[in-house]
Structure formats: structure tokens, C-alpha cells
Write a protein that binds this ligand. Sequence first.
Ligand SMILES: Cc1ncc(COP(=O)(O)O)c(C=O)c1O
Length: 411
Amino acid sequence: MSSHSRDSWKVSSSIVSKRTSNPIRAIVDHIKVKPNPDKSMISLALGDPTLFGNFKIHQSCTDAVVKQIQSYKCNGYPPSTGYPHARKAVADKFSTPEAPLTTQDVILASGCSGALEMCIGVLCNEGDNILLPRPGFSLYQTCADSKGIQVRYYDLLPDKNWEMDLKQLESLVDERTAAVVMNNPSNPCGSVFRKQHLLDFLKVCERQHLPVIADEIYCDLVFSGNEFFPLASLTKTVPILSVGGLAKKYLVPGWRLGWIFIHDRNDIFATEVRDGLTSLSQLILGPNSVIQGALEEILHQTDKDFHDDTCTQLEANAKLSTDILSKVPGLKVIVPQGAMYVMISIKVEEFKDIPNDIVFTEKLLGEESVMCLPGSVFQCPNFIRIVFTSPPEILQDAYNRMAEFCARHHI
Ligand SMILES: Cc1ncc(COP(=O)(O)O)c(C=O)c1O
């Protein structure tokens, strides 16, 4: 609580701001090593597919946004949960017979991050606990910490294609567990869960009466031999808030348009959670009006070929990454099945002077000017995460440098 005599300036930051911190920044900002000035910098650290221009957005998306701006019709405040026509467009696009959606079941948000913030905020009180995947996207923890929610990690198992350790997950549940977050396809793992695994997960949620926040921002970004199943399509009983958005599948992360789907066929979220989400949406009044105005055309005119091309390009890059890096002594690649990431285990015992993932990342940057994220930022020490959205020739260059780097430091 702030209190001070009013005879001088004393302004401090709030408790909430102090407990809000991004683990990526906390670790990466402490890397003091500078890139090697003799080598061009290659960053494989950012999950932003727009960086090199090799993943182009669909022309209809650009046209739709230009049209909205020129119409002058979308310059005002939309309702805080989104324009009804934009919510309906999302519901129509993502509704399936197994998991039907109406306009009322969709809430628009400022990116998938905004959607996650609202979902965690509506289900959890300060002092409750929430189950998060390890390794996992760091925003979940940032959000929980900020709200005073205790974090309990359940493990994803690298030797089982990063499937959830369901036994351990269930052992973490107690009377203060308010929700579980699952992420499929996964950042940082690049994994895609099998249908049976999702059904087994739902059994645990059913048994424990545990609502789910399903982060499906990478929906449909899957490689040959894998299939994406929306979690909500596999249950009629477990209440699920699914989150997603335009950032990855539509390749426009900067447009900040995300959504929440309320999947609740037994009215478990009615009316409290639905009303709660509406209340939370009033904090920042939803995502920007222009993209909302263009949403119907973005969703309905971006054809299947566009998405297929994105997946083909990603899969080729995933294969290139696996082919080269799996031959490098000291590294073990966990082959990705989707999304835009690969996790690589560092066999630290095979290196002379690399005791952990943070030192690996620092030295790689200092010697080869290649930047990737240490697994520690995802609660997964002795791994590194690589984003494989760069053009193949850049990936090739980066991987050659990594191979030379590993050879130099290998025992
Ligand atoms: C798993 C996951 N969820 C959510 C987000 C946030 O998406 P947005 O950019 O729409 O806020 C990301 C972004 O990288 C992500 O990887």
C-alpha cells in the first residue's frame, strides 16, 4: 500500500508492476556478450515470421485492411468484446460440428497475449494455483506472477515427442488449482499432440473438474504425418477457453488480433465466467477497429493454398534444421512436428567448457554471431530453442557456424 507524507515527491512503482517480469528478458538482458564483429549477425531467437519477408501475407489481407481504412467506417470504438460482425466471422470460420461456436462464444482480444491475460484473469484469484507446461511459453508465467497466482509446472517429455506427463500433472492438482494451460502445437517444442494423448489429458481434467485454457495459436501449422485436433472438438463435458489469433497462421503478429472461444456445452462457465470475460474486456476495449473491420475478409478470403504454402515452407525449414543439426556432435534434435520451433538438447557432458545452455548461447553469440534462446527461459535448462522461419540459405549459414562452434568446444 502506498503511503507517504505529501511534502515531497516520492513516486514508486506498484507491487503488481514489480512482480510482472518476462523470463525471456530477465535472462537475455543479462547476456553481456557482444556478437563477433567479423561475422554478420543471425538471430534465430524471435518467433516472428515477418522478419525476412520470405513468409508473405495473402494479398486479400492487405486489400481488406486498405479498404477498411478508406471506408472511414471503422475509426470509432467497437464494443469491448469486438464488433458483432467480426465475432461472427470468427465463429463461422472456426465452428465445427463437434465444437460449435456462435457469435456469443467469441471474444476478440489484443493478440493472443491479450486473450491469455483475460482467460487467466477470469479463472484464477490471487493465491490460487495454475498448471503450466514446462517447457512452455513464458507469458503464462508472467501473467500468473503479475496476478499473484501460484505457478505449478507439469513436465513435457522430450523422449515422447514432448507429450504431457499426465500422471505428474494430475499429482499437482489440489483444491486451489483454478485452471490448466495446455499449448498445442507447442512453442517452444514444435510438437503436435496425438488425438489419444489429448483424450487422455481430457480424462484427467474431467476427473479433477479442471477447466482448460487451450493455447492453439499455432493451429493447423503441422507437418506431414501429423494432424491438429482442436481440444474442444474432443470433449462434450470439459469446459475450455481456447485462444488463438492472426499472429502465426495468418502471418501478421503486429496486427494484434486475437480471440477467445468459450466452449462450454454444459453451462459451467455461464453466467459468471462469460460475464467475467466481458468485464475484463472492458479494461482496454478490445483490439483495434481497422483489423476487426477487415477480419471477415481476412478469414474467408485467405485460401487453403496460402496456408498449405506456409506449412510446406515451414516443413522444409524444419527438415533442413533436423538434417544438419542432428549430425552435429554434442547436439540432439527433438524432431519438430509443427509450429516454427525446434528444441535441441545440449549434451553438456560432451563439451570442454560449456556447462549449461546459457553459456552455450553466450559463447555462440560471441564467437559466431548466432543468437538463439537458452531453454532456461522456458524452464528447460540444457536445451536451446531455434526459430526456423529464416530463409533456408540463412539457416544453412547459421547451422554451419553452429557445427564449427560445437566442433571447437567438443571434448
Ligand atoms: C504459444 C504462444 N501463445 C501466444 C502467443 C502470443 O501471440 P500474440 O502475438 O497474438 O499475442 C505466442 C507468441 O509467440 C505463442 O508462442
